[in-house]
Design a protein around this ligand. Structure first.
Ligand SMILES: Cc1ncc(COP(=O)(O)O)c(C=O)c1O
Length: 380
């Protein structure tokens, strides 16, 4: 059965293979003998190989060693974990925060815990797989609303008598780079007494000087908003977080299974995240450089007749008609030393090239990408 399935994937050109690099993550990466200009990473601010971030991890390794040895509830955490949680809470403007082992674990743990078996979850149809999986693990009733369709969401909220209600959305959608109407969703949540759960994975470090979507929309955090995020993207490290009221964080400490039943993150990783968050606060110019790169790239692509969304996010989807087209464009770029991967079903419905930009990219890099992309698309 497994062999037949793999064969089917191969025939449909949907087989996935792992391609590891032999260099740090960065503006360029080395894969085998090839040096590639990298437009595939979510390391938006170039912090994965930042000297200060690495030094933070090195010092923590000397002080706390490597493995955490137990879950947070059984002495696996060190003082750095609490320090990072306070730092995240201050950064996100909440009373408290809780660190998880990854963004995936945060969604998988926090969503079912908050929804409870009696509640109802309302989830955007394009939400990330970790949200989908968190919803699937929940005993709550689940409703999926059409992407960004607030009247659909309003109708579903209106029709449900369940309590508690929780609306879950990404703020910046990871495969399309568009921004959810957090203000509109927030108003619906208020009207229907629903908790708003925002996955800020691709907004943190990017929107509003890195603060994320609530600051972008000028919304004050309050007890009915939960901000989830990750250290693995703009912060260049590893781990997830939930920032919320003290009651919600205390509840998650008692009910989030991914926190309770998994060994805590190693101290050096936590220290790297701390160094990264401090770096973002102290270096707003790096976030500005990212935004200059975003506008520059979008302007160049548009000038070459390539349609791109106008949103100020670091994810630029280039939609194509077929799986084969996406692979052809990606392979064309790869042959010219540019890594911009094809994203295919089942990750997305419509195949595309997903470009992600970093503050590390130069104007020449972006010009090279846009010229080569235009050539590749011209060849389809
Ligand atoms: C929107 C979104 N949420 C959550 C995650 C999971 O985060 P992590 O990679 O830290 O597990 C991702 C990462 O792919 C994501 O794009």
């Amino acid at each position: 059965m497994y062999t037949a399935y793999l064969k089917h994937l191969g025939q449909a050109r949907l087989l996935r293979v792992i391609a590891d690099r032999n260099s740090p993550q960065g503006r360029t990466i080395r894969r085998g003998e090839a040096q590639l200009l990298n437009f595939a990473s979510n390391d938006y601010l170039g912090l994965a190989a930042n000297a200060g971030v690495i030094e933070g991890a090195r010092r923590a390794m000397a002080e706390f060693g490597l493995g955490a040895g137990a879950s947070r509830l059984l002495g696996g955490g060190c003082t750095l974990h609490g320090e990072l949680e306070q730092r995240v809470a201050a950064f996100k403007g909440t009373a408290a925060a809780l660190v998880f082992n990854s963004g995936y674990t945060a969604n998988l743990s926090a969503i079912p815990a908050l929804a409870t078996n009696e509640g109802a979850i309302f989830s955007d149809e394009l939400n990330h797989a970790s949200i989908v999986d968190g919803c699937r693990l929940s005993g709550a009733e689940r409703f999926v609303y059409r992407h960004g369709d607030l009247s659909h969401l309003a109708g579903l909220l209106q029709a449900s008598a369940r309590e508690p209600k929780i609306v879950v959305t990404e703020s910046v959608f990871s495969m399309d780079g568009d921004i959810a109407d957090i203000r509109g969703i927030r108003e619906l949540c208020e009207a229907h007494n629903a908790l708003l759960y925002i996955d800020d994975a691709h907004a943190t470090g990017v929107l509003a000087r890195g603060k994320g979507s609530l600051t972008h929309f000028n919304i004050q955090p309050d007890d009915n908003i939960v901000q989830m995020g990750t250290f693995s993207k703009a912060f260049g490290s590893m781990g997830g977080f939930v920032a919320a009221s003290e009651t919600i964080i205390d509840y998650l400490v008692n009910c989030a299974r991914g926190l309770i039943y998994s060994t805590a993150l190693p101290g050096p990783i936590v220290a790297a995240s701390l160094a990264a968050i401090n770096y973002v606060d102290a270096h707003p110019e790096v976030v500005e450089t990212l935004h200059e790169n975003i506008s520059n790239c979008k302007r160049l692509l548009l000038s070459r007749g390539i349609n791109v969304p106008a949103t100020p996010t670091a994810i630029i989807p280039i939609y194509v008609e077929t799986v084969a087209d996406a692979l052809r464009v990606s392979e064309y770029l790869l042959a010219r030393g540019i890594y911009a991967p094809a994203i295919r079903p089942p990750t997305v419905r419509q195949s595309r090239i997903r470009i992600s930009l970093s503050a590390l990219h130069s104007d020449e890099d972006i010009e090279r990408l846009s010229a080569s992309l235009a050539e590749a698309i011209g060849c389809l």
